[in-house]
Design a protein around this ligand. Sequence first.
Ligand code: SAH
Ligand code: SF4
Length: 397
Amino acid sequence: MPVNLLDFDLASLGDWLATLGEKPFRARQVMRWVHRTGVTEVGQMTDLSKALRARLASEAVISTPAVLKDSTAPDGTRKWLLDVGIGNGIETVFIPETNRGTLCISSQVGCALECAFCSTGRQGFNRNLTAAEIIGQLWFANRSLGADAASGHRPITNVVMMGMGEPLANFDAVVTAMRVMLDDHAYGMSRRRVTLSTSGMVPWIDRLRETLPVSLAVSLHAPDDALRDRLVPINRKWPLAELLAACRRYVDGVAVLPGDGADDDDDTDMSSAPVAPAPGVKWQRNASPRDFVTFEYVMLKGVNDSPAHARKLIALVDDLPCKFNLIPFNPFPDGGFERSGADAVRAFQAILLEADFVATVRKTRGQEIDGACGQLAGQVRDRTQRASRRDGATTSA
Ligand code: SAH
Ligand code: SF4
């Protein structure tokens, strides 16, 4: 079986090339061809020796999932449905804005976490995506949108891991793919421009902080455990107090000694000045790319959207540096919830703003192509048989 070059980050590519007797710098060359130039075949890597090209051509491919559907909404939002085998599809969405272009990437086929208001969760879990399938979404979207390293045309400036799946439940593949996003020989994105959204898998939030701190968004959705247990069932395992403590640790970051390279990629981007060194540590700085966490809060009519909920939320996050992003609920068939009215959303936002929090309301984009947040359903064959269990329950009820 040939390897897929999209499965490698720089280090693992170097290791693999070493098994072919190649020097480490070849990995940088190959990364640039694959991700910056976007070649589809090894034969196009013209600065490699003929012998190496021949060897690579027989042992490696550059392969992404096939496109099943490609749709563009009137507002320019574009969605691709990608074939990930035996009847399963995942979705990737590009959202163009005036000064940036955001790509929303999927990390799993379906999701096991069963959040009550999420159509991906409704479908159950099929499998994790490989690193190649994750970074392949960026590779492919770049090509489709006409990105060109030579002219500097870069339609995708930001990546959010907010498509289908829980990224922290597929930690290794997601981290490998994000390393490629950040790598200067590949996409060279700042850690501020790569955002991982999680429903709150506490131990993996800590691992991310230690491994590859990127911008962190946390799906909060409720101001107390009783309601969050119902909306985001993973809360029963890691309740709010533990989640907020992990958010605090993430913002505080970890001590970094000079020269370990953990945040060399975006030094100029750091908003916070280095903090005072701890005793015994020569130099220390906050390795978190942001000095706040973004809390996502889906607005569900009559469920979590009252002024009392907003006030409780303020008390809950207390002095944690954070911003709020209020997401109007995107309905889907048999969703069981309704979107909060515009007045309720405005009133909720006003209470947060009055308490000096930054609180934005997410614009719903790509509605016509079901490309909006939380609408990504793809086509998942549910190995957990959840769908049939639920349908059976409905029928017998
Ligand atoms: N699994 C991760 C990331 C993918 S979901 C997570 O849960 O954070 C991305 C965001 O969409 C999350 O904040 C999620 O709660 C939200 N979401 C899910 N279903 C939604 C819906 N129907 N309407 C609006 N937002 C939704
Ligand atoms: Fe999974 Fe996120 Fe949907 Fe919850 S909201 S079911 S964690 S994709």
